[in-house]
Design a protein. Sequence first.
Length: 258
Amino acid sequence: MSAVPFHHPDRPAGEFRPIKAWHHFRKLIADKEDTEQVFHIIAALRGRKFRTIASKFWHSEKGQRILASNQRLIDVLDDHDTIKKLPAGTVGRAYVDFMEREGLSAAGLEAEYAKFTDAGVRFEDGIDRYGDRLRDTHDMLHVLTGYSRDALGEQCVLAFTYAQNRNLGVGFIAYAGGFELKRRVAPSAPIMAAIREGHRIGNAAQNIVHEDIAELLKEPLADARKRLGIGTPVIYRKAHEVMRSGGVDPYNLLAVPA
């Protein structure tokens, strides 16, 4: 059994602070690159359902085995040289191609998270470690779901994540962010419908955070999507078509004047 407690005694009992979440959301809207605000929102609205799902994983045989290991997930995901030895068409190869094309790393996201944890809001318990897996697998979700890193794609991935792990902060960002996109720059596109579709796809799929990620990297991408029950984001693609037909670049959405 892992020596890490599931719930640290100093962790606040109630993690539902909507006013604080709204304050940080306004900061995020002002600067969409200010990733630290995302972590503040997630912490402010973590909620009981998220804790229940984390507890279920933590106390499962697989959860105990994964969480008791000393191997950090970001070290696995950022070992691109090893992953590149996998066959073409695997999840791992697609993941490395995506990360290198976008100039991303799992360690980079962890560094953004460190700005948040410097405020002394980390307890090193099972809830934190479950949250780490959510953070570290975020970019892999883009590969598995087919959502790109455009503004709408990010909101859809967050809706998928919310459906799987019920963190109210993630759901808030997904839907509030989608509303901002539709209101400001793409009123004719099915923005909210695409986000709801991401939520439905996440509900129907196996929980990615509960997977053995090192083994998942070895699977053919098409097979992994089928095994995990990840559907095709049809409305998301339709939203892109509508935006382009209206002269809006989906990959530069927030640059369009409000």
